[in-house]
Design a protein around this ligand. Structure first.
Ligand SMILES: [Zn+2]
Length: 279
């Protein structure tokens, strides 16, 4: 007889980037909120996507400790540093193993290589030491008190070699950046068929028929209803495709997307993508 599972989400609030130029709507350049998920049984727990900075990582560590569970594994869904630079610190604090797919581990190395030029430039002195200690799990599966957690490779979404964590016994997908929930999507790496690849990845998630989905970036006032989040993420990509053919520069694209998604958080993320797509 296996035990009952549950999950909780910690939201790391948006933090300012070390950038002086403003978003065209006047916003300061901010980083999107980060979702950190703890899947827990009676005694043990598995963390998905630790945060970015020393301060966020310490807060997540205290949150895990307060859960009273023994942390066995930390799963990283994709290589972007905002979803794992805190992993080595937490792995050491709790004696947990960091796990990712082969492709994600490659991307983690790539993000370490670009730390100085990108991540540390945006957040100087704020990011902990980030050696890549991740290993693959046999069959990309982890056992949590008799329940299977499957790491499913879904390819390119908002970056290359991304994955999601499927927890069949909870009807849950922890989606990393494959799904977004009320936050502007990161289109900076979308050129050259990226949006089609991303849509294919969403199909893989939809075929799992999850009830709940935790997005790597979510508006904390929204729920985890998988059907709504899947539809919203698709609609954002479809709208971007439509407007990319209609709008002739980054500013026009930015304002047209803002009009279609007035309630999404962090227009700065949209602006960053617009600049790259019209470069
Ligand atoms: Zn992200």
């Amino acid at each position: 007889m296996s035990t009952t599972l549950g999950y909780d989400v910690f939201i790391a609030e948006p933090i300012p980037q070390n950038v002086t130029d403003l978003v065209p709507n006047g916003d300061r350049r901010m980083f999107s909120p980060l979702s950190v998920t703890l899947i827990h049984g009676v005694n043990d727990a598995v963390l998905v996507d630790p945060p970015l900075t020393v301060e966020q990582t310490a807060a997540v560590g205290d949150w895990i400790a307060a859960s009273g569970r023994n942390l066995t594994h930390i799963i990283v869904t994709h290589g972007h540093g905002d979803h794992w630079f805190g992993a080595p610190t937490l792995a050491e604090r709790f004696g947990a193993t960091v796990v990712a797919t082969v492709g994600t581990i490659e991307q983690m190395h790539r993000n370490v290589a670009m730390r100085g030029a990108f991540w540390d430039a945006l957040f100087p002195g704020q990011i902990p030491a980030s050696p890549v200690t991740a290993v693959t799990a046999p069959g990309d599966r982890i056992d949590l008190e008799g329940h299977e957690l499957a790491i499913v490779d879904v390819g390119h979404t908002d970056t290359d070699d991304t994955s999601i964590v499927h927890v069949p016994d909870l009807g849950l997908v922890v989606a990393g950046d494959v799904l977004y929930n009320g936050v502007h999507q990161y289109l900076r790496e979308a050129a050259g068929g990226g949006l089609d690849a991303w849509r294919n990845a969403i199909e893989v998630v939809a075929a799992l028929r999850p009830r709940s989905a935790v997005s790597g970036h979510k508006n904390k006032t929204l729920d985890d209803d998988a059907n709504r989040i899947i539809a919203d993420t698709r609609r954002y990509l479809d709208t971007a495709d439509e407007l990319l053919t209609q709008e002739h520069d980054a500013h026009a694209f930015f304002w047209a997307m803002l009009q279609r998604f007035p309630d999404h958080l962090n227009p700065g993320a949209l602006w960053s993508g617009a600049l790259a797509l019209y470069a």
